[in-house]
Design a protein around this ligand. Structure first.
Ligand code: ADE
Ligand code: ZN
Length: 340
């Protein structure tokens, strides 16, 4: 039996990521390269200048920069390269399964066709499966600051690609854009066979989490931090085991929390919530999966047992088949036993 450090334990354990915006993986170096190729201007002269703009007081300040960055993505090849860069990065971190968001309206609203976006992303995901062994699910996320008609229109455009898209989600500016705004769109999406998830309780109130569950019939809540304000809701989440996809470094960068030592992870685990760790927008928040695990592990002094259980939670919360989940549980438990 070997003794390995917590760092190495986190690096080597096979992981899955359930809350990741592909547009949020756009590293500055790649952004400049693609901008040049497409003859698009970036507001900042250098990579370093751009990086120094990555200081956010809240979600909206981040979103403004994130949407501006996405503006340079024009061709199918750009979406391929973006997705491929993410996959190779997380492959180096032993991520073996990903369930990732893309935001079509970020692109269709500026005249890029839905087909261009999805074909580039899909081709990279298929290559990732074949060449890197990373399995995947794709989730189409609606921008909640836009109206219902735009979401319906986006759903319509997605229907020819139903085989490529497993679920729909809801993201962007939360406060003032409650899940109820999209109740009818989500009903239609479920009728068409999509699984549903939604960002809720990141900046918005616990009430939005209730709405996501009761009106949008979500199978997972993205973030969900604010559930802790409502004991009834915590009980409901514990009873139903609806998973929460937490994003620690994102929460820190967007001032949802102020210090990782106060991260409510242990409190959530003690309350029997099915919590998972994810990276959200790693190019903007200073870390991919391993960094998220490691920073939390250090701040909260997590044990190898706790880290293993968090990784198992993620596979449990994934959309893999029961058989695939069973296999992962065994594999991860074996990893734990061999690396105490
Ligand atoms: N879009 C990309 N990242 C997001 C986040 N953390 N919350 C809401 N919308 C987002
Ligand atoms: Zn997110």
């Amino acid at each position: 039996m070997s003794t390995i450090s917590i760092e190495k334990f986190i690096e080597d354990i096979p992981k899955t990521e359930l809350h990741l915006h592909i547009e949020g993986t756009f590293e500055p170096e790649l952004m400049f390269k693609i901008a040049k190729r497409n003859h698009k201007q970036i507001k900042y002269a250098t990579v370093d200048e751009l990086k120094s703009a990555y200081s956010f007081n809240n979600l909206q300040e981040f979103l403004d920069i994130y949407y501006a960055g996405a503006n340079v993505l024009i061709e199918e090849e750009d979406f391929y390269e973006l997705t491929w860069a993410y996959l190779t990065k997380v492959h180096s971190q032993n991520v073996v399964h990903v369930e990732i968001f893309f935001d079509p309206q970020t692109h269709t609203d500026r005249g890029i066709s839905f087909d261009t976006v999805i074909k580039g992303i899909y081709r990279a995901l298929e290559d990732g499966k074949e060449k890197l062994g990373i399995t995947y699910k794709l989730i189409m996320s609606f921008l909640r600051h836009l109206d219902e008609a735009s979401a319906f229109n986006t759903l319509e455009q997605a229907l020819p690609y139903k085989e490529w898209i497993s679920g729909v989600g809801l993201d962007s500016s939360e406060v003032g854009n409650p899940p109820s705004k999209f109740e009818r769109v989500f009903a239609k999406a479920r009728d068409e066979g999509f699984i549903t998830v939604a960002h809720a309780g990141e900046e918005g109130p616990a009430e939005y989490i209730w709405e996501a569950i009761n009106l949008l019939k979500v199978t997972r809540i993205d973030h969900g931090n604010r559930c802790l304000d409502d004991p009834e809701l915590v009980k409901q989440l514990a009873d139903t085991q609806i998973p929460l996809t937490l994003c620690p470094l994102s929460n820190l960068e967007l001032n949802v929390i102020h210090d990782l030592r106060d991260y409510p992870l242990i409190e959530m685990l003690d309350k029997n919530l099915l919590v998972t760790l994810n990276s959200d927008d790693p190019a903007y928040f200073g870390g991919y999966m391993n960094e998220n695990y490691l920073e939390v592990a250090k701040a909260l002094q997590l044990s190898k047992r706790q880290i293993t259980d968090l990784v198992k939670n993620s596979f449990k919360a994934s959309w893999l088949s029961d058989q695939e989940k069973e296999n992962k549980m065994t594999q991860i438990e074996t990893y734990f036993e061999n690396n105490l």
